[in-house]
Ligand binder design. Structure first.
Ligand SMILES: *Cc1c(COP(=O)(O)O)cnc(C)c1O
Length: 413
């Protein structure tokens, strides 16, 4: 066997194992824009799986801003931000972000994933402690590992467990006498991506202040849809100005792509100087920055307010259905609160059963993928339904009916 044959044979064996566990994944080629209806394999499906909560990804407002930016700035940025790729649209996006979030400053990255990597690695060293909620997104886990800091994990939304860890970290930092005082950073999401529940933000902020720790909030699934200004859950809870690091993505409710950090001028300057995923990467295409900026302007407008109201009206409609209330009850196991959410997990448990249920829905013309390990824990497989502002009343009725027909889906009971 040649080395190349051996290489491919080894990978094939690896893939067989993945298949046997019901964890095999493959790409689907979608032949339409992101929307309530998507096309693949020659068929149109009613889509309940996108994070395009406000229906902005294919909105004329974003498309026009994008076309104008392409006309003026071309396609690619040509270099990293610190060389000669820091174009007008990047700066305009960052001013818009800071104004939107009410922070001194903001910085955009090419994705939420690289935002997390760059930020944690720029702020933490080996002697520091990073404290993660058990259910944070993979990018935050990877970032924590890469930073080299000591990782401590607290049970999901468990403030007592968090406090124990903070006490330990506080003692530890007092007892070590180094020139640089060791840092403790708590990292959590505001709206959890796979469970649709919320972090107890007010209590988190009080705790971190009690122990002199810092707090980083990932608002990936909250930006654009929570709070009276629609900036996120930190705003809704009235804690925005007590959070050191506000992170989010421009690729979900904002319909574009990229990630951001909002915070103090010193934070942003530190990242420009030390966030490696920002420094050593070509700047995002100017068109994408322009699209994201127009999305922020839209969200802030009266139309944005109306779009957001439509989203929550759709969520209400779902919750009023029998299936909706059933799924909320069944999901007590995964959700630590029962507040309305655009993310509706329908817990199935077994990986293969979840895949079967998703297949049965597809046969009925509805697209909701099975979410499995490692995105969620083993035996925690689920259908992750997301409701958007673009769904019509009838679409939600169709979903309800189809879920009822997928008889082996007993909502985890
Ligand atoms: C999607 C997501 C990210 C990553 O953002 P991208 O812009 O898609 O890279 C980060 N955190 C959470 C909680 C997410 O759901």
């Amino acid at each position: 066997m040649t080395a190349t044959q051996n290489f491919n044979e080894t990978l094939r064996e690896q893939l067989v194992e993945i298949r046997e566990l019901g964890l095999y994944r493959e790409l689907r080629k979608i032949g339409s824009p992101q929307s309530v209806r998507i096309e693949f394999d020659g068929r149109s499906y009613l889509n309940f799986s996108s994070n395009d909560y406000l229906g902005l990804a294919n909105d004329p407002v974003l498309k026009e801003a994008s076309i104008a930016a392409i006309e003026k700035y071309g396609a690619g940025a040509g270099a990293s931000r610190l060389i000669c790729g820091s174009l007008g649209p990047h700066h305009e996006l960052e001013s818009a972000l800071a104004e939107f979030k009410g922070t001194e400053s903001a910085l955009s990255f090419s994705s939420g994933y690289t935002t997390a990597l760059g930020t944690l690695c720029a702020l933490l060293k080996n002697e520091d402690v990073v404290v993660l909620d058990k259910r944070v997104h993979a990018c935050l886990v990877d970032a924590a590992k890469l930073s080299g800091a000591k990782i401590r994990v607290f049970a999901h939304n468990d403030l007592d467990n968090l406090e124990e860890i903070l006490k330990w970290a506080d003692q530890r930092s007092k007892s070590t006498s180094t020139a640089r005082r060791s840092r403790t950073l708590i990292v959590t999401e505001t709206m959890f991506s796979m469970d649709g529940d919320r972090a107890p933000l007010r209590e988190l902020v009080e705790l971190k202040e009690k122990y002199g720790a810092w707090l980083m909030l990932d608002e990936a699934h909250a930006t654009g849809i929570f709070g009276s200004r629609r900036t996120g859950l930190a705003e809704e809870c009235g804690v925005s100005d007590r959070v050191e690091i506000q992170m989010g993505t421009l690729g979900k409710a904002l319909g574009a792509a990229g990630g951001y950090i909002c915070g103090s001028r010193s934070l942003i300057d530190a990242l420009v100087n030390q966030a490696r995923s920002f420094i050593f990467s070509t700047a995002p295409a100017p068109v994408i920055a322009a699209a994201a900026r127009s999305a922020i302007q839209f969200v802030r407008s009266k139309e944005g307010e109306a779009r957001c109201r439509k989203l929550w009206a759709n969520v209400d409609q779902w919750l009023r259905t029998e299936t909706g209330s059933l799924s909320s009850q069944a999901n007590e196991k995964v959700r630590s609160d029962q507040k309305p959410s655009v993310i509706i997990p329908i817990l199935i448990g077994d990986e293969s059963k979840a895949v079967e249920a998703a297949g049965a829905l597809r046969e009925r013309g509805i697209f909701i993928p099975a979410i499995r390990y490692p995105t969620v824990g083993r035996g925690q497989a689920r259908l992750r339904v997301t409701v958007t502002a673009s769904h019509a009343v009838d679409d939600i009725a169709t979903l309800r009916e189809a879920l009822g027909f997928v008889t082996n889906v007993k909502f985890g009971r």
